[in-house]
Design a binder for this molecule. Sequence first.
Ligand code: DQA
Length: 143
Amino acid sequence: MSAVLVLNGPNLGRLGRRQPEIYGSTTHDELAELCRSWGRDLGLEVEVRQTNHEGDMLDWLNAAADDGVPVVLNAAAWTHYSWAIFDACAQLTAPLVEVHISDPHQRPEEFRHTSVVTPYATEVVAGHGIDGYRMALEVLAGR
Ligand code: DQA
């Protein structure tokens, strides 16, 4: 089975409790279990991580670049302003799929309408809720 990393950024650890009207009722633990199980069905060994610390995310992305591991990335708010995340995405050597639970482009806050990840993403999946992670894994599995 080929390895895939699912990396979630700040505040996503509170899924299920965080603005459920926007992000739904699935917790991060449940999301991680779903991703692993969707991955198994697709022949992917999925590891899911979440951090509120940008340095952790940069270390994980840099390691993925060195190891040639495909990444599903929900950089959360960093998506909209982190040039460090932009630079880290630029170095990835395997496909990157950008995921958002909500559709940032349809939300009222202007700051959500730009993404530093999109220039390096082979595909963007947004606005499909938790199911977007399944869709992203399908992209990486070539389905
Ligand atoms: C998000 C959208 C971002 O704008 C927001 O900052 C998040 C979550 C999403 O999954 O819909 O934290 O990435």
